[in-house]
Design a protein around this ligand. Structure first.
Ligand SMILES: NC(=O)c1ccc[n+]([C@@H]2O[C@H](COP(=O)([O-])OP(=O)(O)OC[C@H]3O[C@@H](n4cnc5c(N)ncnc54)[C@H](O)[C@@H]3O)[C@@H](O)[C@H]2O)c1
Length: 270
């Protein structure tokens, strides 16, 4: 196998995301799914804009970015609860990239207590926070970044099977993911006439900071490994490669879909 980006370039072989400029929100650390996506897209020739939430994660993203083959066009703050920051984001993208060919939404949050106590006891503010950050933010980012989209842009987001079936302690996050998946369909409908595609990747469980916030997450990993047809959990790289496919022209006929990258877990009944 000598199919590296460098070799492909040298041989003049077109790589999947050649000439595509894509923004990825947000990377926290090297375990983040967003980082796996960045690595896969970078290997396929994309020019990236990398997002981080706060100063705590900024340094980590800047350090990780040095590992990429192509220097990112920009590394930008993106806290979806700060509207002015999103306006600035649009301006930065306009200045640094001109237009983008889409973005990846890989961010979510729910207060820890809401991922420990029974769903019945979810407080109003916990519910609203989870839904705002994990679902509404997709709509907000799509609207804010539409003015800097090139023709035929692609938006992808990350969801989880807990939107459809009960996963112990996933609770309000399952409700938020259900809203996120419905938003994917409504956005795909609204944005389709302009050539914009919107899809979700339903990733199997991966050991990240966000995932460890769900009480009993390690049990979910174990059950997944035992029951999934491939008898293993999914790798970040596999999710990253699917995001690359969705950002590429190879997926030009796909929109409004939830694509499972979960080693087959969702097809199993018992
Ligand atoms: N890890 C899994 O098992 C798994 C499975 C399926 C889907 N997902 C989804 O993948 C996405 C990425 O999560 P991850 O597992 O890589 O964990 P992660 O902790 O690495 O990433 C979560 C990201 O959300 C960001 N974030 C939180 N609050 C934010 C805010 N107010 N504004 C902007 N960004 C904010 C964090 O900074 C972080 O970068 C999430 O949507 C998650 O629900 C994860």
């Amino acid at each position: 196998m000598c199919n590296t980006f460098g070799n492909q370039k040298q041989r003049g072989v077109k790589v999947l995301l050649d000439g595509k400029r894509i923004a990825i929100f947000n990377i926290a650390n090297k375990r983040s799914i967003a980082w796996s996506i960045a690595q896969s897209m970078d290997a396929q020739g994309a020019e990236l804009i990398l997002g981080y939430q706060n100063e705590r994660t900024q340094a980590s993203v800047e350090k990780l970015a040095t590992e990429l083959k192509n220097k990112p066009l920009a590394i930008v703050p993106c806290d979806v609860t700060i509207p002015e920051q999103l306006e600035e984001l649009q301006e930065t993208i306009r200045k640094q990239a001109g237009t983008i060919n889409g973005f990846v939404h890989s961010l979510a949050f729910a207060p820890r207590e809401a991922l420990q106590n029974p769903y019945l006891f979810t407080e109003r503010d916990e519910f609203l926070t989870a839904l705002e950050i994990s679902a509404y933010s997709l709509v907000l980012l799509a609207r804010t970044l539409t003015p800097v989209f090139s023709d035929e842009a692609s938006i992808s987001t990350l969801t989880y099977y807990g939107s459809e079936k009960v996963m112990p302690n996933y609770n309000v996050m399952g409700v938020a993911k259900a809203a996120l998946e419905a938003s994917v369909r409504y956005l795909a409908y609204d944005m389709g006439p302009a050539g914009v595609r919107v899809n979700a990747i339903s990733a199997g469980p991966i050991n990240t900071v966000a995932a460890r916030g769900v009480s009993g997450f390690l049990d979910i990993l174990e059950v997944h490994e035992a029951k999934a047809p491939l008898k293993r959990t999914v790798e970040g790289r596999e999710v990253g490669d699917t995001a690359t496919f969705l950002a590429s022209d190879l997926s030009s006929g796909i929109t409004g879909e939830v694509i499972y990258v979960d080693t087959g877990y969702n097809i199993v009944g018992l």
